[in-house]
Design a binder for this molecule. Structure first.
Ligand SMILES: [Zn+2]
Length: 392
């Protein structure tokens, strides 16, 4: 697991440097001296005290940080791409400054940028995040900082999605996530005006219990017809932490099920699979995927006809793309589907995953309606190397 994730990190870091997305790894600390470009009000619109903290107070708070959070927030460090623990977090809630607790970003504005860093198209309150020009590493970029304690957070770019067109590129280590309703009402985040009361009432005990633990997970995206059944089978796969139905590969942002079904947007029904690579490999996920759908059917699965039912793997790395092509070649050579060619698309490059409406999630579990054949995992884990034929 360590080796696999280390490889992924280096590949991702290379890809990132090429695209000049986030900051490349730091050679050393580069303290910023430029002044914030916009004035900071003492109290933000959402009711938080954003008076800049004294140097002594920041020092005291920073002394409690773990080494990685300290390196990122105090020395403008950057974590390796795809390695932060909040990249794939899709829970509803608030991302607060790891140093001073000021709420900075919301799950409402989070999107999958494909860069390997948690990305948001807006801060939770514009007064909570300050910007300044950063000319390190031979680039001119806008560094973003916590407006209250000055913690380095990441950078903001103008290639984000609508409605802002901005991409706030964050280090997970600079953030602490609180589930919706679990933002602690500690002294520093206290909201005397009551304006931001929505999330301020929960107990610290709860937030501690729910605080994310660092862990190594990877993400894969599979399109194999109606996402209800695909999601169901991936959700019961050992080592899969989360399976989410959604849309990918189309032309429009935030597509609805109705738009996708009218075939105007070009999206495929996709299942996002978050998995622990120490328990299930990407290859094993591929094996299950090719068992629960028929990859020889073009733009349909059985009675479901249309390009949203196309067979595709949206790869998050060059490694995944190679593994997918290799496995398709293996299945083809073994005539797993007779002489019919496998038409599965292997998609590389950035494409945003749009989670589907709530009523599509866990559909098979909630309704008992089954599709997509039978449980592939006993065969995958029992005879892992042997390709098996599909059945719909
Ligand atoms: Zn802060």
């Amino acid at each position: 697991m360590r080796i696999a994730s280390a490889i992924l990190c280096s590949i991702a870091a290379l890809a990132c440097a090429a695209a000049s997305a986030c900051t490349p790894p730091e050679p050393g600390s580069t303290p910023m001296t430029a002044k914030p470009t916009k004035p900071t009000p003492a109290r933000s619109q959402s009711g938080y005290d954003v008076t800049p903290l004294s140097r002594e107070k920041v020092k005291e708070l920073a002394s409690k940080l773990d080494p990685e959070a300290y390196r990122v927030t105090q020395n403008a460090g950057t974590e390796p791409a795809f390695c932060g623990n909040l990249l794939d977090n899709k829970k509803q809630g608030t991302y607060a400054c790891v140093v001073c607790g000021l709420p900075l970003f919301s799950s409402e504005h989070k999107f999958n940028s494909g860069t390997g860093w948690p990305s948001f198209y807006a801060p939770v309150d514009p007064a909570h995040v300050s910007e300044k020009s950063d000319t390190s590493h031979g680039m001119v970029r806008d560094e973003i900082n916590c407006a209250r304690c000055g913690a380095h957070l990441g950078h903001v770019f103008d290639d984000g999605p609508r409605p802002t067109g901005l991409r706030y590129c964050l280090n997970s280590a600079s953030l602490r996530f609180y589930d919706k309703g679990a933002l602690p009402a500690d002294a520093l985040t206290k909201d005397p005006t009551g304006l931001a009361r929505g999330e301020a009432a929960a107990t610290t005990a709860d937030s501690k219990k729910d605080a994310p633990m660092p862990e190594t997970t990877m993400t894969a995206y599979f399109a194999g017809g109606c996402f209800w059944g695909v999601e169901h089978w991936f959700s019961v796969c050992p080592g899969v932490k989360d399976a989410v139905s959604g849309y990918m590969g189309g032309k429009t942002d935030s597509p609805t099920y109705r738009q996708v079904c009218e075939h105007g947007t070009g999206h495929a029904e996709v299942v996002k699979v978050v998995f622990d690579p120490s328990k299930v490999s990407f290859k094993q996920l591929l094996q299950g995927f090719f068992m629960i759908h028929d990859p020889t059917q073009l733009n349909r699965q059985g009675p479901d006809v249309g390009d949203q039912y196309r067979s595709a793997v949206f790869c998050t790395s060059a490694e995944q793309a190679k593994a997918t092509r290799d496995y398709i070649a293996e299945l083809t050579a073994a005539k797993a589907f007779g002489n019919k060619p496998i038409v599965t698309q292997v998609v590389e490059g950035t494409t945003t995953f749009w989670p589907a409406e709530d009523y599509h999630q866990d559909y098979v579990d909630r309704t008992g309606r089954a599709c997509h054949g039978s449980n592939p995992w006993p065969a995958v884990f029992g005879t892992a190397a042997k390709p098996a034929a599909a059945g719909h």
